[in-house]
Design a protein around this ligand. Sequence first.
Ligand SMILES: C[S@@+](CC[C@H](N)C(=O)[O-])C[C@H]1O[C@@H](n2cnc3c(N)ncnc32)[C@H](O)[C@@H]1O
Length: 229
Amino acid sequence: MVIHFPPIRSFVRREGRMTTAQRIALENLWPLYGVTLDALVQLQRENSLGKFFVEIGFGMGHSLLAMAEQFPTYQFLGIDIYRPGIGAVLQAIDANKLQNVRIVSEDAVDVLQRLNNRSVDGLLIFFPDPWPKRRHHKRRLIQSAFIHAVMQKLKVGGYLHIATDWKDYADHIAVVLNKFSDFKIFDEGDHKAQEVIPRALTKFELRGKKLGHAVYEFIRVLGDSSASP
Ligand SMILES: C[S@@+](CC[C@H](N)C(=O)[O-])C[C@H]1O[C@@H](n2cnc3c(N)ncnc32)[C@H](O)[C@@H]1O
């Protein structure tokens, strides 16, 4: 196995332009709604019975906030390192008095490792960075090792939902997912299946639509035969 050091990340930290309101929200609201890697254990302990959904790369938070508003009894954890987005989401959480969203600002690969096995009802990745140049493909988040980790964290019957507007990335995602036979394609007619939370329009989906891109969607449910932790 090749061990890369420093590890290859699926993002490049860019400060981006932050509004004053986002900066203030980051300073004042992070202690209320932000969690560190170490605090994830406690978050999961407190929510040990409730439904638990994780969105990786929430960006400006359109989908995360819509889900949290629609399902106030479920716990949502948003993961992203993009500070203007985190500021915007903190602002919205506070303004809408959402009690069921927490934010972690770390690499999702590291966050996943800290979550309890078989604890996640749904893991959502909407419009992940496509890294279109061939020499950057190794930076793509969706890789076999990552999917293997996702499968350990999902409850049996829990699901992974990915959407992308990049055909080439979609082809890659299909190849990776098809390696895992315990990951079943979601069947809407299966009434025993976990409900899939509808996906809200996001900033990057809108950007793709303006470019005339199609959207490729993957929903995979963890089957019974993966029940070992
Ligand atoms: C292309 S944007 C999509 C944002 C949003 N989901 C949307 O559809 O508008 C991808 C986001 O994923 C975040 N991201 C990429 N890799 C990540 C990682 N390993 N851990 C946490 N966030 C990550 C980036 O910071 C960025 O905000």
